[in-house]
Ligand binder design. Structure first.
Ligand SMILES: NC(=O)c1ccc[n+]([C@@H]2O[C@H](COP(=O)([O-])OP(=O)(O)OC[C@H]3O[C@@H](n4cnc5c(N)ncnc54)[C@H](O)[C@@H]3O)[C@@H](O)[C@H]2O)c1
Ligand SMILES: O=C(O)[C@H](O)COP(=O)(O)O
Length: 584
């Protein structure tokens, strides 16, 4: 089960449904690995690239750490089956083969840096492996390197240095260009891009930025104008690239886009080599469209020895040094060590890449609902007669909060886990929940029930309904024909509060016996004493009835699993019409 260590801090308001809204399903669910790490044995972490000492020390305090650098793909595939976590920088390709070779043991991949284009995220998610990165610790280092390359390029520092060292003194050849008053287009206005913009403004550059996803107020706060892609290309004297490498950004600078640039433009790339078509850049340099380029990153790293781009006189290069300062490497090492250890402990990761990143305060609020979601899924599926026929599940979240204020991805993933695990051998966690549901043809739709009242609590109740199935407990079928269970959180404890059309109230701890009976005096006593005789501890009992002396559903929480004979004795009570035992 989920191992969350934060404490809940909320109260539930009263109030119930008024209107229904269908939630759009996010096209990509970034879900978090949430399985508890085995506490019996120390986990093993493979560190495949050099990591700062402070981070290594942290890792060693928690796990067996195997530092093995420069592994071939075959060596990595062999080693990985003995590892619970893998830490890499940009130099190691974490391919599908790696996940397959791990045979399910690998639970976390830590990328000691920002870019995760060297990790096959799809394969990681399919294998239920969480990917975490260290997205903040090298931002300043990368921005400083961008500025260093910009200034060095403009003043021919690298070329002039090589020339002096070769015994020459070429003052006329290396006349540069000034930065002040020129226009710099920052492409990708995220963490590094905005730090570059800040510094470039200090150098007197006029800074514009292009980023389809950046908030305008962040740009305004730095005094940067956000512009369209074409405008950025057409007006910039300098272009500095700071977007991630994605299918949308791959070779975004190419023959067509170079042709739209100002003649004599200068280009800096400390993002990823793949955002530039390198052959097209050589052509643009030779054609005089691009006057100079300064590159820290390349499609192939290290680049081919005979690369025309590297050899080009007007190109300045560094070997992917953006993050390589002492300070950044120590920061990154600590950031990734903390993230990997947290993930191995089963905590929700703040820097998860293939999972929802859940801020601590949100998690604190949601924690008991996460547990409730899992348990409702488990209960609902166990109520199905022949559980594998579950195909259509509807989840309703009742809340007084605006739909945008309630992120249900975590809850949906936990319901999915609850629905699938009791009826399969598949290990479902928050990373692979959506993928696993899709693979099994399980369609989960979500609805919001918008309540009046105080939005202090994130949720009033969660309802899980399974359509088009028969139930082992006919009373669990609601008037609409679906198996229906509903739960709330009371004093931080998840409770089952509805089964089919019956209101009950039993805390979701231990296991549950549901009995339908004719409402009459003495039933609680009878069932209680049968369980007592067998030394089965009852934690909760609650009766929900349609009307006095009519049918009622009794929900009994038990700490231990009753024997078959005990359950039979309950079933043999004359007033009991049906009953079911459900494991949580
Ligand atoms: N050279 C190095 O050593 C080094 C060091 C750190 C980061 N990086 C690289 O720098 C890049 C940026 O890192 P970051 O930490 O700022 O990431 P970030 O996620 O904070 O910022 C990336 C920005 O790019 C934007 N973006 C996405 N698609 C875009 C598109 N099509 N056009 C324009 N903008 C787009 C995003 O909206 C985001 O604002 C990454 O590629 C990262 O790998 C390199
Ligand atoms: O994406 C990053 O964080 C940088 O490219 C740094 O990569 P590195 O860790 O291999 O230096």
């Amino acid at each position: 089960m989920t191992n969350l260590t934060l404490k809940p801090t909320f109260q539930l308001p009263a109030g119930r449904s008024s209107s229904l809204v269908t939630l759009p399903r996010p096209s990509i669910l970034r879900v978090v690995r949430c399985a508890a790490a085995s506490l019996e044995a120390k986990p093993t972490i493979l560190v495949a690239e050099k990591l700062g000492e402070a981070g290594l020390a942290l890792l060693k305090s928690y796990a067996n750490v195997d530092c093995a650098y420069n592994l071939s793909p075959e060596e990595l595939n062999t080693k990985i089956s003995l590892c619970d976590a893998l830490i890499v920088r940009s130099g190691t390709k974490v391919t599908r083969d790696v996940f397959e070779s791990s045979a399910g043991r690998l639970r976390v991949v830590g990328r000691a840096g920002v870019g995760i284009d060297n990790v096959d995220l799809g394969a990681a998610t399919e294998h239920g492996c969480l990917v975490v990165n260290a997205p903040t610790a090298n931002t300043v280092a990368a921005a400083e390197h961008g500025i260093a390359l910009l200034a060095a390029m403009a003043r021919n520092v690298a070329q002039a240095d090589a020339s002096v060292k070769a015994g020459l003194w070429q003052r006329n050849k290396y006349v540069g260009v000034s930065l002040v008053g020129k226009t710099l287009a920052v492409m990708g206005f995220g963490k590094v891009g905005s730090e570059v913009a800040r510094r470039a403004k200090g150098l007197g550059l006029h800074v514009i930025a292009h980023d389809p996803y950046a908030p305008a107020d962040r740009a305004r706060a730095i005094g940067v104008e956000l512009v369209g892609f074409e405008e950025a290309l057409a007006t910039a004297d300098f272009i500095s690239l700071h977007m991630p490498l994605t299918p949308a950004t791959a070779k975004v600078l190419n023959d067509d886009t170079f042709a739209k640039m100002k003649k004599g433009v200068r280009i800096v790339n400390v993002a990823r080599g793949g955002v530039i078509d390198e052959d097209a850049l050589v052509r643009a340099l030779d054609a005089g469209i691009v006057a100079q380029a300064a590159l820290d990153v390349f499609i192939e790293e290290p680049p081919a020895k005979d690369s025309k781009l590297i050899a080009h006189e007007r190109v300045t290069v560094t070997p992917h040094l953006g993050a390589s300062t002492m300070e950044a490497q120590e920061g990154v090492a600590i950031e990734i060590a903390e993230a990997v250890i947290g993930a191995l402990k089963g905590e929700l990761a703040a820097t998860a890449v293939n999972a929802p990143m859940v801020p601590a305060e949100v998690l604190s609020e949601l924690k008991p609902f996460v547990v409730l979601a899992d348990k409702l899924g488990r209960l609902a599926v166990q109520l199905v007669a022949g559980g594998s026929g579950v195909k259509t599940v509807r989840v309703s979240y009742a809340s007084a909060r605006a739909p945008d204020d309630l992120d249900t991805r975590l809850l949906r993933a936990m319901i999915t886990k609850g629905l699938i695990e009791p009826i399969s051998s598949v290990f479902v966690n928050l990373v692979n929940a959506d993928f696993t549901a899709k693979q099994r043809g399980l369609r989960i739709t979500e609805e919001r029930v918008i309540l009046d009242g105080s939005p202090e609590s994130p949720l009033e109740y969660i309802q899980v309904q399974i359509a088009n199935v028969e139930s082992r407990f006919a009373s669990a079928i609601s008037d609409s024909g679906e198996i229906t269970v509903e739960g709330r959180v009371k004093d931080g404890i998840p409770h089952l509060t509805r089964v089919g059309g019956f209101e009950v109230d039993v805390s979701l701890e231990g296991s549950i016996i549901l009995c339908r009976q004719v409402d009459q005096p003495g039933m609680i006593g009878k069932v209680g004493s049968i369980l007592g005789e067998e030394n089965v501890n009852v934690s909760f009992m609650s009766v929900g009835r349609i009307a006095p002396r009519k049918q009622a559903v009794m929900a009994i929480g038990v700490d231990d699993q009753p024997s078959r004979e005990t359950l039979k004795k309950i079933g043999d009570i004359p007033a009991v019409e049906e009953f079911v035992f459900l494991k949580l």
